[in-house]
Design a protein around this ligand. Structure first.
Ligand code: PLP
Length: 375
């Protein structure tokens, strides 16, 4: 089946309008301040081998979908860590150790955040303890070990690995560097978000003439999405339609936007998009997302391997793109939304639209990437 007839069948699962939408630049920048955002850019852009990741125009896909442009931020090229998470954890490690004398860093992770924390610890000559659940692949664990971390596998899911991390860290006086916030633990997650905001700084310089009309942001606990919203407030002079995409099995942001308060959901089935399989939005991101998001959408896992293959086989643009599982939902949801004529009208998606998508990771889990390609 040709690409054109294939993608025109894709569907999203759920769609929700945020009735509390009221984008307030000042409120957002009170939560993640311009000083924090600027400090992160100053530090990270001075790291060895720093360069902005590519912003690729998917010029075959936009023709299929009858949109003006689709920009894809390719985070597979972020340092040698293969995901945007390289910007957050490593930056938080570097900042937080200036404020205390702890010599051991710890974290719980689905993979990419831990890799970043391990790299940051290694760069700063610190020991690193990383807690992973039974759902994190051995190939991801191996990469974290290659950055010098001790990897501790915990029975159960991500939440269990985080609880074990907190327990052992309190007992041993380790510095937790987590990308999730809770009461009394907000500084480090804010630093990770400040790190992520470098992506929006780069994008604001890469998009010269076109104005972004829509942005689709993946959410796990919401840190990346909220950091991009703060980046929009900091760097853009207009507000695009902000759309959150989640796996249909882990739609914790959508459920919270629906009721206007944080809703914890139970995950019956883990999505292949492991970094996004989260049951509860984090506190700091929620404060930013609750009024700034326009729409939420969910997608099934059905389009992951197809999207990975189409990216690799130059179906969306004349360039091979290595996109892992979490880089696919932006594309899958855009295709699904765009195939629904009523939704197109509702969200003003048309031939003038310039849509921004995030290719959050490359083949960060090499084994899974090969499996998806072969499917
Ligand atoms: C590649 C990738 N994309 C997206 C996310 C979601 O980010 P957040 O948990 O900040 O919402 C993650 C989280 O681990 C990830 O690893």
């Amino acid at each position: 089946m040709s690409l054109s007839s294939e993608v025109l069948k894709w569907k999203y699962e759920n769609f929700l309008v945020n009735k509390n939408n009221n984008f307030n630049k000042q409120e957002i920048l009170q939560i993640l301040s311009p000083e924090d955002i600027d400090a992160a850019y100053k530090t990270i852009s001075s790291w060895k081998n720093y360069s902005p990741t590519p912003l690729i125009s998917l010029n075959k896909l936009n023709k299929k979908l009858k949109l003006n442009k689709i920009f894809y931020k390719d985070e597979s090229k972020r340092f040698h860590l293969k995901s945007f998470k390289a910007l957050g954890g490593a930056y938080a490690v570097e900042k937080i150790i200036k404020e205390n004398d702890k010599k051991v860093i710890s974290t719980a992770t689905a993979g990419n955040h831990g890799r970043s924390v391990a790299w940051g610890s290694q760069k700063n000559s610190l020991k690193c303890k990383i807690f992973i659940s039974e759902f994190v692949s051995e190939s991801r664990a191996e990469v974290m070990r290659s950055f010098g971390a001790d990897v501790i596998r915990v029975k159960g899911n991500y939440e269990d690995s985080l609880n074990e991390c907190i327990m052992q860290s309190n007992k041993n006086n380790w510095q937790i560097v987590q990308d999730v916030a809770w009461e009394d633990y907000k500084l480090v997650p804010k630093l990770t978000m400040a790190g992520y905001s470098v992506m929006m700084k780069e994008i604001s310089e890469q998009i010269k003439v076109d104005k972004i009309s829509h942005v689709i942001l993946q959410a796990g606990v919401g840190g990346m999405a909220a950091a991009m919203v703060a980046g929009i407030a900091r760097y853009l002079d207009h507000i695009p339609q902000i759309i959150i995409v989640e796996p249909d099995t882990a739609a914790c942001v959508l459920e919270s936007i629906k009721t206007g308060k944080i809703e914890k959901i139970s995950i019956e089935k883990e999505s292949i998009m492991g970094g996004m399989s989260c049951g509860e939005v984090s506190l700091v991101p929620w404060e930013i997302l609750k009024n700034s998001v326009h729409f939420c959408v969910t997608v099934s896992d059905d389009y992951i391997s197809k999207t990975v293959k189409y990216l690799a086989n130059k179906e969306f643009v004349d360039e091979k793109i290595i996109g892992g599982e979490c880089s696919t939902p932006g594309i899958a949801s855009l295709v699904g939304l765009s195939n629904d004529l009523e939704i197109r009208k509702k969200i003003n998606l048309d031939e003038k639209s310039n849509v921004l998508l995030f290719g959050c990771e490359g083949d960060a889990d090499e084994e899974l990437y090969q499996k998806l390609l072969a499917e």
